[in-house]
Design a protein around this ligand. Structure first.
Ligand code: BES
Ligand code: MN
Ligand code: ZN
Length: 499
């Protein structure tokens, strides 16, 4: 995809397709009104006869304009005529790009950054166009010999007035980096478990390390993890023929001695459940159990391509969880790298077993904060559905920063409590703790387990079980929470700049 910004006045514009807006009261967006003038009222006549109602999520393709250098128009519904919310703006953008995509239009010029949207500026509005369009134009083609309905849209131009060029230029760069990150996270997520193995993820990270400046990548192999005492992590990979990998991505964009932000991702490339085998219905979706890891890789790619002034360490704990003669058995007791012992009551609660040793490992980076993300619990889907990711953590200011970033990025989060009282549910008769907490509050007890390994730093956990992929006929990875992470990192960068 090719994204650019341009300030050509509408009268002089030549393009395949122009995107303008219309509110429910049939008031046109500024560029829409200008175009209407140039067309002697043709657009308002179409609207007056009821061809569009201006409702959100509606878009009308006008396929032919007389005597114009603009070949087509997409008239996007904007709803009630007041300032749009961020989410509504994204809904309108999505309706526009889907219409263009499905009509197989090759290039389009978008005028919608001129709309008033909440408190947002041209930088944000430009960035969102690229994010939303990039999302709609993603297509997983790698494993099909024939791609039906291949998307043909290649070029998007955002129309920007001269005095907003600098702001939009920033939005364009950020939008490209974030959209590329989301695309990478989706691609890795959508790849099947037989291709996207821990070794494959490690190679992907390594090739980014070679390509991007200030980013170095190291892979910890099983023998090294053994020497570190990662008995919990390795107990999971023992049940698989694929060797585990701990991927370390180190981006040094900040000052030499400024403490890093550590991002940890669950990179479980296939979760069969182990001896506590999952039911077969829908088990294919457990190839997505590496989406947390994919998001970490994607965020490091985006941060490095934007050359953010931060130090960021990405740790991806990658393994399969399979049933095997050597796999974890219910009742087994593991010794984690921290020395704490764990009774495995369910081998399907494996994410926390690989993450706990990774959290312990994170300590050596003397982190400013640690944020982990994992498709950790089915219970998160029960509690929150597929709208927000779950947020839990041991530090209010970190959690609030993440909530603020989720608002701005429209990549929503909802905080759940991590109270002392829940810790009891993890008691074990035989070890320091059990790996499950029974049937109640599954998302919280999973986070409680992780919290025991995150006592020495400010830490937040994102449960992305409901948000990392869509199920049903539109099954596919979403690339979340890459936009949220990037917003958090951008916010941190601008706090630094303001100091
Ligand atoms: N990867 C799963 C969580 C999951 C389940 C994500 C469904 C998305 C959809 C995780 O490893 C798991 O199996 N968790 C168990 C925990 C339970 C055994 C305490 C679960 O949620 O069932
Ligand atoms: Mn599992
Ligand atoms: Zn899992």
């Amino acid at each position: 995809m090719d994204y650019s910004i341009e300030s050509t006045p509408l009268e002089k514009l030549q393009c395949d397709c122009l995107i303008v807006g219309i509110y429910e009261n049939l008031q046109l967006s500024p560029s829409g009104a200008l175009l209407d003038q140039l067309l002697k009222g043709a657009i308002s006549q179409l609207a007056a006869r009821g061809d569009t109602k201006g409702k959100l999520n509606e878009a009308l393709l006008i396929n032919w304009l007389p005597d114009m250098t603009i070949n087509r128009v997409v008239l996007v519904g904007l709803g009630k005529q007041d300032s749009l919310t961020g989410k509504q703006y994204r809904t309108a953008l999505a309706a526009a790009i889907k219409t263009i995509r499905d009509a197989q239009i090759k290039s389009a010029v978008c005028t919608l950054a001129e709309l008033p949207v909440a408190q947002y500026d041209w930088r944000w509005k430009t960035r969102q166009i690229i994010e939303v369009f990039g999302d709609a134009l993603y297509q997983f083609k790698q494993c099909k010999s024939v791609v039906e309905n291949e998307f043909k849209t290649e070029q998007i131009t955002v129309l920007v007035p001269d005095d907003q060029m600098t702001a939009s230029q920033k939005g364009l760069a950020e939008g490209r980096a974030i959209a590329d990150g989301v695309t990478l996270a989706k691609y890795l997520g959508d790849l099947p478990g037989n291709i996207c193995t821990p070794s494959f993820l490690a190679e992907q990270a390594q090739s980014l390390g070679k390509k991007l400046s200030k980013l170095s990548v190291d892979i910890l192999e099983e023998d090294y993890m053994q020497a570190l005492g990662m008995g919990s992590f390795l107990s999971v990979s023992r049940g698989s023929r694929q060797p585990a990998k701990l991927i370390i991505m180190n981006y040094q964009g900040g000052e030499k001695n400024s403490k890093p932000i550590v991002l940890i991702g669950k990179g479980l490339t296939f979760d069969a459940g182990g001896i506590s085998l999952k039911q077969s219905l829908g088990m294919d979706e457990m190839k997505y159990d590496m989406c947390g890891g994919a998001s970490v890789i994607a965020a490091l790619q985006a941060a490095a391509s934007l050359q953010l002034p931060l130090n960021i360490v990405g740790l991806v704990a990658s393994s399969e969880n399979m049933p095997d003669g050597d796999a974890n058995k219910p009742g087994d007791i593991l010794t984690s790298m921290s020395g704490k012992t764990i009774e495995v009551l369910n081998t399907d609660a494996e994410g926390r077993l690989i993450l706990c040793d990774t959290l312990t490992y994170a300590q050596r980076f003397e982190p400013e904060v640690v944020i982990d993300m994992a498709t950790l619990t089915g219970a998160c889907l029960v509690a929150l559905g597929r709208v927000p990711s779950g947020l839990l953590g041991n530090d209010d200011s970190l959690c609030n920063d993440l909530l603020a970033a989720s608002e701005t990025s429209c990549d929503s989060l909802w905080r759940l409590p991590l109270w002392e009282e829940y810790q009891e549910l993890l008691k074990s008769n035989f070890a320091d703790m059990a790996n499950i907490g029974g049937k109640d509050a599954g998302t919280i007890t999973a986070a409680c387990f992780l919290a025991k390994f995150a006592e020495n730093f400010r830490w937040a956990h994102l449960d992305i079980a409901g948000t990392a992929w869509r199920t049903g006929p539109n099954k596919g990875a979403t690339g979340r929470p890459v936009p949220l992470l990037m917003q958090y990192l951008l916010n941190r960068s601008s706090t630094l700049a303001a100091r």
